[in-house]
Design a protein around this ligand. Sequence first.
Ligand code: NDP
Length: 334
Amino acid sequence: MTAGMDTFRALLITRDETTKQQSVAITTLTPADLMPGDVDVRVEYSTVNYKDGLAITGKLPVVRRFPMIPGVDFAGTVTASTHAEWKPGDRVILNGWGVGEIHYGAYSEMARVSGDWLVPLPAGLTGSEAMAIGTAGYTAMLALIALEKHGVAPASGPVVVTGAAGGLGSMAVTLLSSRGYTVEAVTGRPHEAEYLRSLGAANIVDRGELNGQPKPLAKERWAGAIDTVGGNVLANVIASTQQFGTVAACGNAGGMELPTSVAPFILRGVTLAGIESVRAPKAARVEAWRRLAAELDRAKLAAMTTAIDFHAIPNAAHDIVAGKVRGRLVVTIS
Ligand code: NDP
């Protein structure tokens, strides 16, 4: 199976096995260089997520095979397929499945993947919008669905979002407020307060309020939470969750540890819901993307999105790991 391109450009991470130092460069590849898969896709748009930042900077061992083309999300058009579900011309999205970690990823004009990993681009969304949403938005929707499943409704009380000015956080604020929730946005960047209000946040909470040593229980403040940060912030959010509230744990931008106790769970019936987007089943993905296409305010999506080109990916990777990126990045790939 071959696609339409004889050669194409890709961002490649290589590693010196002696020094264990990795380097990143744009290179030219041929279809024969790609890893096995039953669908070829011309990649049109991608994005830079926190995880992509970790992969490119090497800050955490996201990449588990070298060399690697990073990039965990893409939108594009099928150019060749031996998979029953897909034919040339189909518009598709890919999020996760180890792409950009163990399988060649999105920062490449051509990708070869398993057709089982793809979902159709929902009607009403462009490829660029799909990548403005990306794994961040799709995960925020999985988190919102988890809160709903556990009975957190707009009438239950305010819902808090941590890491709110980041990609997943910005999407969570927007989606929750569009559903009628009162959203409180936790940020370490007070100068982004106006931006967060424009996405629908009713109240801004300084990250410093939640960074301290967690107590087992604190004053009940929130009916629900979408956390992207982990660490002390998540522990303090859990301690401040109302009786029978639910906290959706999505991320680790502030740390992997969780210094909490069983008190919120056995004395307040708090639920801690884990959100895992990478291997989420197809039905959950399709439902999340259907709801994103139906519910997401396009003007707010545009307001949180910055377009960058292929060459800007490495710098963006350093910026996102340093917590300097606001909202979402869209990369034009081809
Ligand atoms: P971003 O970098 O865009 O957002 C992270 C935000 O966290 C920052 O903008 C900042 O928000 C806040 N933050 C950064 N550093 C710290 C710190 N040291 N302490 C507390 N807060 C901090 O990343 P993404 O939105 O792409 O991803 C967010 C997290 O979600 C990551 O950990 C990522 O790995 C995870 N994730 C998990 C998925 C899953 O399947 N579970 C899927 C996608 C992402 P502010 O400046 O507003 O405080």
